[in-house]
Design a protein around this ligand. Structure first.
Ligand SMILES: *Cc1c(COP(=O)(O)O)cnc(C)c1O
Length: 425
């Protein structure tokens, strides 16, 4: 009944205050952070070195560099892979903006490829058509915590002599054919931002197994110097560098959280399974699918609305937003992740990165096209998706996931009462 919906004054499905905040902080975190605070090394210190070593061991990489953001680690990857003026890097048409602006940061040109609707990831079948003589690398994003088919990516890269950069910012612990993300390509970037599965407030991690890439990334990370802050430095800029180093307090927090990461991943998986089971068969909803050879980390559980079945194919984004109001009225944490596909963003439409048309106007560059209509799958996904993120995170258990599923079902079972343009008191 219409009056049952909280949107129209009915009882909420989930009581306020049911969701506990992420991340859980315990005594081990407090001890590490306070010990760092009481120490005398506050910039790149012993916790930074330990965090790098522990993360490299956890993920199975030879080298790791702790950074002040995931975006910094991505930029280091683009630079270390030798992408520069006029070079093109193949990127997905749908992701977080910095998955792609990191390419501009090093004067190189992003070339977009549409996504596959089922996986929501770059469509490997469309990559080869985007390769030109200027292509230097493929930047794959393991979005939402699901890995791209890395066998196909590495095969394309090998045949065309391209580098591969993995954006693992959302993908801690995700695997493809049993092998961890960040160990397939030439190098990879992780984020330790507040929302990520390994949270240190802000921060990131660059990883690689290639010593030359490690050295080049390290130079960019610390002022273009060739020695790390713990080696004897000559304070000389050998190349263009940035200051992307992490600090000791943040790394101490990251180390505390890293010790809990496997436990967190297991809890999130249990919660996501409970949500998924509760949503099976919900009318009008397209649930995420996981290829048999992947471990999804459920950083983000993303559903799509079947707008044809719901009768709102003419205004999918607006109807999606209307449904979100109904979910939120029930007390369910359901949101939108991205409202724009990447090629439609102003930085690409206005080509306003460095001013005066640079880097696209660089004499080494080849003309590229940024027409949003070239990416219909990404656009359809973007307009019809909704996501569940924090309700799946510990210390919340499967109980909240089950309640979230019930709230979503309640709305979808009564969806015929929800109009697009109506005044609601
Ligand atoms: C968060 C995120 C980034 C950027 O990480 P920051 O630490 O916020 O700089 C890059 N790519 C993806 C897919 C992300 O989710």
């Amino acid at each position: 009944m219409k009056a049952d919906l909280a949107l129209y004054g009915g009882e909420r499905a989930i009581a306020p205050g049911s969701m506990k905040p992420w991340p859980p902080v315990d005594e081990a975190d407090r001890e590490l952070v306070l010990a760092s605070l009481e120490s005398t090394e506050h910039s790149f210190g012993p916790n930074c070195r330990a965090f790098q070593e522990e993360f490299a061991a956890w993920n199975g990489n030879r080298f790791a560099i702790t950074t002040n953001s995931g975006t910094a680690a991505l930029h280091m990857g683009v630079a270390a892979c030798g992408c520069g003026a006029g070079d093109e890097v193949i990127v997905p048409a749908y992701s977080w903006s910095s998955s792609v602006t990191c390419v501009l940061q090093h004067n190189a040109i992003p070339v977009f490829v549409d996504i596959d609707f089922d996986t929501m990831l770059v469509d490997p079948a469309r990559i080869e058509a985007a390769i030109t003589p200027n292509t230097k690398a493929i930047l794959v994003v393991h979005l939402h915590g699901l890995m791209v088919d890395m066998e196909r990516i590495m095969d394309i890269a090998r045949r065309h002599g391209l580098r591969v950069i993995e954006d693992c910012c959302q993908a801690h612990g995700a695997t493809f054919k049993g092998r961890q993300c960040g160990t397939w390509g030439d190098c990879a970037a992780f984020s330790c931002n507040q929302n990520k599965l390994l949270c240190s407030g802000e921060g990131g991690m660059f990883v690689t197994d290639d010593e030359a890439l490690y050295r080049d990334a390290q130079a960019l990370w610390s002022f273009g110097e060739t020695r790390s802050p713990v080696e004897e430095r000559d304070y000389h800029a050998y190349a263009l560098g940035w200051m992307y180093r992490n600090n000791d307090l943040t790394a101490a927090f990251g180390r505390g959280q890293l010790r809990k990461l496997d436990g967190h991943l297991a809890q999130i998986e249990e919660n996501a399974n409970a949500l998924h089971e509760g949503l099976l068969g919900t009318p009008g909803l397209i649930l995420p699918t996981v290829p048999a050879n992947c471990r999804h980390n459920w950083y983000n559980y993303v559903v799509r609305f079947d707008m044809e079945a719901l009768g709102h194919a003419h205004a999918p984004g607006r109807y999606r937003d209307r449904l979100l109001e109904a979910f939120r009225a029930e007390g369910a944490e359901v949101g939108v992740w991205q409202r724009f596909i990447l090629p439609a963003m102003t930085v690409f439409q206005a080509r306003n990165a460095y001013g005066n048309g640079c880097p696209w106007g660089c004499p080494h560059a080849r003309p590229v096209r940024y027409a949003p209509e070239d990416y219909p799958v990404a656009a359809r996904h973007c307009d019809t998706h909704a996501c569940i993120i924090m309700a799946l995170r510990p210390p919340n258990g499967p109980g909240l996931a089950e309640a979230t599923a019930r709230a979503i079902r309640k709305v979808m079972d009564n969806v015929n009462h929800i109009e697009l343009d109506e005044a609601v008191a």
